[in-house]
Design a protein around this ligand. Sequence first.
Ligand SMILES: [Mg+2]
Length: 293
Amino acid sequence: MSVPQNTIALVYDYDQTLSPSYMQDDVLFPKFGINPEQFWDKCNSLVKEKQWDSELAYMKCLLDYLSIDHVTNADLTELGKGLSYFPGVEGVFEEIQELCIRPEHEAAGIKVEHYIVSSGLQALLDGCSLAGKVKAIFACEFGEDELGRISFPKRTISHTTKTQYLFRINKGLLAPQDDVNDHMPVDARPIPFQNMIYVGDGPTDVPCFTVMKKNGGHGIAVYNAKDPSGKSFKKCYQLCTHAGRVKHIAPADYRKGSHLRLLLEEMVVEVADRILKERLEEGQMGRIAAPAF
Ligand SMILES: [Mg+2]
C-alpha cells in the first residue's frame, strides 16, 4: 500500500556539524576534570593497538574515568544543557519550516522534520536545547546498573551503522524494537530518500553521504571556517572535489543568508515543489472526466 510521501527530512550529524567541538570536550571533561588529551590518547591506543571499535573505546574510557563518580544517564542529560553549537543552529529548525513551506505546500500536507544521528552520547543530546526541536535523536547509549549508574554500552552508533538510521527514517521505523530490515516496498516508505538531506562534516559521514547519493537523496558537507589548521575545510574539499561524495560544501553557519542556509532552503523548496507537483499530477490522474455532451 502506498503512503503519502509528504515529509522532508533533514538529518544532521552532531559533532563538528552542529557543534564546533566534540560533546565530550564541550561539557563532560570540564565537569569531571578529565584531561582531554590523555583521554583521547587512551581511546586511540585502544583503537590502534588493540583494535577496539572507536565508539566502544571512548565509552569504555569514559566508564573507567567516571567509575568513582556514580554517574547516571540523568546526570549526563543535565550536563547536555550546556552543549554549544555553531551560529544559527538553534533557530534553523523552525525557520526552515517557516521560510520554505508555503501555504500551498501546507495544504498538500508537506512538512519538514529534523533528525540528529550521532556517534556521541544520547544522554547528553537528550538534555540539549535542540532535543525539543527535532523529531528524533539517535546516538550511543549507556545502560545502568542496579544503582542507576552508567555501567555498560547499551547501543553504539558507528560511522558505518549510522546508515541504518537513515533507513529507519526512510521507513518510519524509529523505535529500537522495530526491525529496520523488514521488507517495505519503496512506495510504502514514509520518507523517500529523494526527500532527505544529510548534513555531515567529514570522512565519518561518508557512508551516509554514499547512501544518500545512491538513492537520490541530497548531501551537504560542512566545515568550521574558524579552524585555524584548515583541516576542517580540507576534509570537506576532499569529499567534494576528489572523492565525489557530496556536491555541496559550506561553512557551518546556520544563520539566515549564509551559504549553508541558502543551500538548505533551496533544497527544501525544490523538494517541496516537486512533492506538490506530484500530488497535483496524481490528483489529475485520479480525476474522472465528466461525460462530454
Ligand atoms: Mg561529525
